[in-house]
Design a protein around this ligand. Structure first.
Ligand SMILES: NC(=O)c1ccc[n+]([C@@H]2O[C@H](COP(=O)([O-])OP(=O)(O)OC[C@H]3O[C@@H](n4cnc5c(N)ncnc54)[C@H](OP(=O)(O)O)[C@@H]3O)[C@@H](O)[C@H]2O)c1
Length: 334
């Protein structure tokens, strides 16, 4: 696969979102099948793996430790702290230094590794001074438990404050044709600071592949039925689905699949972006890797920009309550 630079790391241009094998989009994979898929992802050239303490309440990190520990030198490992889930499934936001330090030790044990390459704060905790949370991660860098620091779903002001305490290697936020908040301020700020950008949900939670239905087709615990519901509500989805016909026509013209087109559009936004599609299906994992070889000409990028964007899509990316509490959305100023 084509390579890109993310801070000090040379990584595959497309990373592998590991979350899906443990949670998010339908039932988790059987552990042994997940182990085979993770190994197959490395075999297909993915060298950037994305996980978090939150995913499956540690299950996702445990899978990586169990099935990939013998190949640890082959991948750059990113995990996240500050947001965890207890045995009852309840999520806890906790950015206190002692919690982040303890979560890191737990993650290292589950991941069966001595060091996490890129350690993100999953969501900033408004109850804790940001400088204290970043300071805790800076100490983890000093003692060699993590190599670099990242932030997820933050706004530019938060990035700048954090960067003043310790260099931030990457920001990870939702970014795709239908979720454009990072274009407002964040991509420019990342370039100014030398911070990489990792788009999550780059396939628009499967919408851009043309293979998903509305909210009535998924289970209650599917992200598309919970926090990302608005665009999958039947009325909104019916409107959004109309965008897929001209979109598929562009993919056919380019000679790629709709999923690959979504990823190629992200790669065309700059060399400093490394999208991380997630899948628990072997053929889709292979298909997504293939997007790294596609180069879109500027006219096609502009055509896609005009076709699918926040003005042409019905519904917001999260529920209203979550939109209000998501730090990155402070950058959305009309
Ligand atoms: N920092 C954060 O807060 C945050 C939030 C969300 C996600 N993430 C990370 O980002 C990764 C990707 O995000 P995501 O999983 O939410 O969204 P996504 O990659 O945009 O979409 C995932 C959905 O698309 C399906 N899919 C994947 N490739 C496909 C293909 N080629 N054709 C048809 N369907 C395909 C998946 O199906 P199957 O899963 O059934 O194969 C799943 O339903 C996650 O794995 C996770 O590591 C981070």
């Amino acid at each position: 696969m084509q390579q890109r630079q993310l801070g000090p790391f040379t990584v595959s241009a497309i990373g592998f979102g590991c979350m899906n094998v443990s949670m998010g989009y339908g039932p988790r994979l059987d552990d042994a099948e997940a182990g085979m898929l993770l190994n197959a992802a490395l075999d297909h050239g993915y060298t950037f793996l994305d996980t978090a303490a939150l995913y499956g309440a540690g299950h996702n990190e445990t899978l990586i430790g169990r099935y990939l520990r013998h190949r640890r030198r082959e991948y750059v490992l990113a995990s996240k702290c500050g947001l965890t889930r207890d045995a009852d499934g309840k999520a806890h936001l906790d950015g206190r230094p002692e919690t982040l330090s303890r979560t890191c030790d737990d993650s290292l044990r589950r991941l069966a590794t001595d060091v996490i390459d890129l350690y993100y704060i999953h969501r900033v905790d408004p109850k804790v001074p940001l400088e204290d949370s970043i300071g805790a991660l800076a100490r983890l860098v000093e003692v060699g438990k993590i190599r670099t620091i990242g932030l997820s779903e933050v706004c530019v002001d938060t990035l700048r404050r954090a960067h003043a305490v310790h260099p931030i290697t990457a920001v990870q936020s939702e970014y795709s044709l239908w979720s454009r908040t990072p274009e407002r301020k964040m991509l420019a700020a990342c370039r100014e600071l030398g911070t990489g950008f990792v788009p999550f949900s780059p396939l628009a939670r499967q919408f851009l592949t043309g293979k998903c239905g509305d909210v009535t087709t998924v289970g209650d615990d599917d992200i598309r039925a919970t926090i990302a519901r608005p665009r999958f509500e039947p009325d909104n989805f019916a409107k959004n689905r109309r965008l897929l016909e001209p979109y598929a026509a562009i993919a056919a013209r380019v000679g790629c699949t709709p999923a690959q087109l979504a990823l190629a559009w992200l790669l065309a936004q700059g060399d400093d972006l490394v999208p991380i599609p997630g899948s628990k299906h072997y053929p889709w994992m292979v298909e997504n890797a293939g997007a790294a070889e596609i180069r879109l000409d500027p006219a096609t990028v502009a055509e896609l920009d005009a076709l699918i964007n926040e003005d042409t899509v019905a519904g917001r990316r999260y529920t209203e309550a979550l939109m209000r509490s998501t730090d990155s959305e402070k950058d959305w100023v009309r």
